[in-house]
Structure formats: C-alpha cells, structure tokens
Design a binder for this molecule. Structure first.
Ligand code: XMP
Length: 391
C-alpha cells in the first residue's frame, strides 16, 4: 500500500535503508500517476524544492502532458520570476504568468493575517482554474508536504496550498482534481527525493519561500509601499546571511508604531519593553496564537542573554514574537525585523547565534539603503512560541 508507506517517518537513518525507501517512493508515485486518467496536468511552480520535485515526478509519469507555470503574484522577491525560469532551464520548461494586477486589486488594504491568507488562496486558485481551462488541464499538481496540511488543519495558519484536507471540493470549485505526490513527506525527505531525481542542488537547497510571499512579510495592512520596503530589506538580508547555511533568513516590515500594551511590563532585567501596533502569529500549546510583537531595547551585559529574553514575555503575556532592537533613528515610518531560523522539519525552529557585529552591520545597511526605515531588530523567538513567518 503506497499510502501507508508514505506515512512512515524514516527512523532507521542508515543510508541504504533510507535510499531504498526513497527510491520505492519515487517508483510507486510514478506508477500511480501513470495509472490516472490524465488528459493534461497543470503544475504551479514556485522554484522551491517542493513544487519542483512534485512536477518533475509527475513529468516522469506523463511527459509533455504536464504544463508547468510560474505565477507572478507581485509578492515575489526582486527578479524572482526570471531567476526561477533560469534555475529551472535544464529541469523542466515553465511559462511565466503575470497576475500581479489581479493579486494587488484583491489583497492591497487587507490587515488581518488569516484574511490575507484566505484571500490569497482564493485568487491563486482562481488564476490556476482559468489557466487549467485554457490548457484543457483536468488535474493540478501541487507540492503540498505534511507540515503544510498538519498546521493548516491544526488551525495554526492557512497554508496557501491546502484545499482537500480542509474539505474543499476542487473539482466543483476550480474544475480540476489534485495530485499531491509529496503530501505525506517532510522537508528532509522531499530533499532526498529531489536528489534522487537529479534536481540541481541550487533548487534543493533554496530556502523555502511561502506561497503568499512578501504579502505576509509586509505585516499588518498591506500596501505597495510596505511591499517595496520589505523587498529591498530582503535583498540585503539574503545577500549578507547567505554563507551561514541557515534554514531560512529573511526580512519582514511593519509600521514603527506602538500601542499601550497596558498589561505588559515596561522593563525586563534593565531592558525597555514596548509593543507594536501590529499582531503576529505564534503557536502556543499546539494552538494558533495571534498576539503582540514586543520590542526589547537596551544594553546587554552578555550578548548570549538576548536568546533568553523571549521566555518571560511569551510565557506570561499575549506576545508571540520578541524582537531585540539593533539600531534606530528619529525619522522613517517602518520597522524591519531580521528573521533567521535553523530547523530540520519547519515544525519547530531555533534562533541561530549570529555574531552581534554581523547583525549590526546588516541592520545599518538596511537603514542606509532605505530612508523610510526608522529601526531594525533581530527576532529572537524560536518556534514555538512564535511561527517562522509573522502571519
Ligand atoms: P510557519 O510560519 O508556519 O512556517 O512557522 C513554516 C514553514 O512554512 C513556510 N510557509 C509557507 N509555505 N505556503 C507555503 O508554501 C504558505 O502559505 C506558507 N506559510 C508559511 C514558511 O516560510 C516556513 O518555511
């Protein structure tokens, strides 16, 4: 039974056993897809390892009856559509679909995290549904992996690519059936499948980028200006931290505005505490939390102490992310948070020990590059109690 085998976590990590199991998974998937009555299957590629691996697997089964597209939502990083196309040039042909105007029309102005995510999902699948009709495709290939639907079903946050697991009938709603060949696998297993399929290491090791992209990293009310601020800061964070082999590293931005936070302490071990106006997601006791983002400022006797300051604030208060302030100035409207994590499976994550000099230099470059940025900090909250993203 293919399905049962998919559910197995590979406890025996001895190389041969793992390789055998992965090869079995690949062969089983290809023969299962071959047996489906597929006229044409559409694959939405992001350039990440999950969607690329899913599409390559299905292409092995049905050849040119697979049509792969990259949807430019307008929430991509600088030059991302072209970069993805060239990264994949020897892997599979993709067509870029420019849907920016439609996404902007539907999402600009939304503030609530879940509303943004649900609206993004609706627009994304409406675009795919139109393309499927245009190409006469009756199936959609998705790179959904286990943590995507586990966290969505658990109510942590709506991952953009989870439909069936929420009871959404994709045939009725969008006109296609789903093929999700990786749905029972975790990230490390997907990377192993990708290696076996000969997918280039630049794709396998590409850090994950969420489907809703920068729309959920421009935290709070979505505006074109905030998107631009986060896009510019992202470029710098990605360039400056690329050599550290971190699982994920990026920037997020929101207004440099504070609220009373009356129930929160004003200081903590000699450091000042304030709370931003925006809310951000977290996961506490296996449940979703949508709480305050705290900014902690002041001199630390010992830099290592920075990694412990989240505990008191997240344990006793409605706080999901704690950020340590690195630099600020008396002008500008936005705060930029540097987010970096190390993780195996993305269900839990640690904050890596980046040397403070390096963080300061990074923060100064972000400020120097954009007059609209008033302050920059480092998010020191692991998952749980935070989530990796802010929304
Ligand atoms: P969180 O924020 O839930 O993120 O701790 C866990 C991992 O999932 C990525 N992520 C997404 N990936 N669509 C995706 O394809 C989404 O809607 C989405 N939301 C979060 C996130 O970047 C991290 O790697």
């Amino acid at each position: 039974m293919v399905k049962a085998k998919f559910g197995v976590r590979y406890l025996n990590k001895s190389l041969n056993t793992q390789l055998m199991s992965i090869i079995e998974i690949i062969n089983d998937t290809i023969s299962r897809v071959k047996s489906l009555p597929i006229n044409c299957a559409l694959a939405a590629i992001s350039g990440g390892v999950d969607s690329t691996t899913a599409a390559v697997l299905v292409r092995r089964a049905i050849g040119d009856r697979l049509r792969a597209v990259f949807i430019d939502t307008g929430f991509m990083r600088t030059n991302e559509p072209d970069q993805v196309k060239s990264l994949l040039s020897n892997v599979l042909p993709i067509e870029i679909v420019d849907a920016r105007d439609y996404f902007y029309r539907e999402l600009i102005g939304i503030s609530d995290a879940e509303e943004k995510r649900v609206r993004f999902r609706e627009v994304f699948y409406t675009v795919l549904s139109r393309l499927a009709r245009e190409f006469s495709c009756d199936w959609l290939v998705q790179g959904t992996i286990a943590p995507d639907w586990i966290e969505t079903k658990g109510g942590i946050k709506t991952q953009h690519n989870v439909l069936e697991q929420l009871g959404i009938n994709t045939v009725e709603r969008y006109g296609f059936k789903l093929i999700e060949p990786l749905r029972e696998l975790y990230k490390d297993q997907v990377r192993e499948v990708a290696r076996q399929l000969g997918i280039p290491s630049e794709i396998i090791n590409r850090q994950p980028f969420p489907g809703p992209g920068l729309s959920i990293r421009a935290v709070g009310r979505l505006t074109l200006e905030k998107l631009d601020v986060v896009r510019r800061a992202t470029e710098i964070v990605e360039r400056r931290l690329a050599d550290l082999s971190l699982s994920q590293y990026f920037a997020a931005a929101w207004e440099y505005e504070f609220e009373d936070g009356r129930d929160l302490p004003r200081s903590l071990d000699g450091l000042s505490v304030s709370v931003f106006r925006v809310r951000a997601t977290g996961v506490k006791g296996d449940s979703r939390a949508y709480g305050h983002v705290a900014l902690v400022k002041g001199n630390l006797a010992n830099w290592e102490d920075v990694y412990g300051i989240y505990e008191a604030l997240t344990a006793s208060y409605d706080v999901t992310h704690v950020i340590y302030g690195l630099v600020e100035r008396p002008r500008g409207n936005y705060f930029v948070s540097i987010r970096a994590i190390s993780t195996e499976d993305f269900m839990t994550a640690d904050v890596p020990r980046i040397p403070p000099d390096r963080l300061m230099a990074l923060a100064r470059e972000i400020m120097g590059n954009d007059e609209r940025v008033a302050a920059v900090g480092y998010d020191v909250t692991p998952k749980p109690p935070s989530t990796i993203e802010y929304e």
